[in-house]
Design a protein around this ligand. Structure first.
Ligand SMILES: O=C(O)CCC(=O)C(=O)O
Length: 271
């Protein structure tokens, strides 16, 4: 299968509406690939905390309207990155959307680990509490493949990814708005999650600078052996890779580390 990661620049001189139109046009250009992935909170900017409330939208709000039509026109599966969701009870969530080639919303994922410690997203947004996978059905000569969903800061929590692996995930998809100053962690953790779960990692970051935070760019795709198949530079870029989902099963068969897990170990003895 072919996948494209759209590493979108998020800069303050472009409105969310203008970026939605621009991103929809980029998605339309991806006709012919199977899966397109967008970054975290690209309409508003992951660090534009002051704009979260004003730019919050329902799951099927303006971002969904713009990109679902583009997914349908291009006939691609679209992981649309995330939006600031305003839920029915008024709470905000960092919510990812997965859209079918027919333009239908098939799955949402509310970011589980909120970034900022006692500030920013961690105080402005509510946390999701459910693991989410989505199976893309077989198409043409390609087999079905199961995506496991995570968002940005989630990348630091290996147990979430192990849970996705246990639920059958073969491609771990991680939209992000990762700061440049911690880029070394981004690439290291993306490779670690691929190696330890023997799965593909598709990690799609933003570029540009917003709210004074320079974004890392350097989206990357890692194979189940931990090899980086492709890595973007710092600016806006489309990264397209060829993946073979069968590699996940063959890697797990030939080097069956997951089989050697020891669950239910006794806790350390007390004093
Ligand atoms: O963990 C990090 O260093 C960055 C996380 C982050 O920026 C986010 O989750 O929005």
């Amino acid at each position: 299968m072919r996948a494209s990661l759209l590493q979108i620049a998020v800069d303050p001189d472009e409105s969310a509406d203008s970026r939605r139109r621009r991103v929809a046009a980029l998605v339309r250009e991806r006709r012919g690939v199977d899966l397109v992935v967008l970054p975290e909170l690209w309409p508003v900017g992951a660090f534009a905390y002051e704009s979260f409330a004003a730019e919050a939208e329902p799951v099927q709000g303006p971002t969904f309207a713009a990109v679902s039509a583009a997914a349908r026109d291009a006939a691609v599966w679209l992981h649309a990155g995330s939006v600031v969701e305003r839920a029915a009870d008024g709470r905000l969530y960092n919510t990812s959307l997965v859209i079918s080639p027919a333009g239908e919303l098939v799955r949402t994922y509310r970011k589980i680990h909120r970034f900022g410690f006692d500030k920013g997203e961690a105080t402005l947004m509510a946390a999701g509490d459910a693991l989410v996978t989505v199976e893309l059905p077989a198409s043409g000569a390609g087999p079905s493949v199961t995506l496991g969903l995570a968002t940005c800061y989630d990348l630091r929590f290996p147990e979430l990814f192990r849970g996705l692996t246990d639920a059958g995930a073969e491609l771990l998809v991680v939209p992000a708005g990762w700061p440049e100053r911690r880029r070394a962690h981004w690439t290291l953790l993306a490779r670690a999650r691929a190696v330890e779960n023997q799965a593909y990692v598709l990690a799609c970051a933003t570029a540009g600078t917003h709210a004074g935070v320079e974004q890392s760019g350097h989206s990357l795709v890692v194979d189940p052996w931990g090899e980086v198949l492709a890595e973007a530079g710092p600016g806006e870029e489309v990264l397209t890779v060829e993946l073979d989902p069968a590699t996940v099963a063959t890697t797990r068969e030939r080097f069956p580390v997951l089989r050697d897990r020891r669950l239910g170990l006794a806790p350390p003895a007390g004093l």
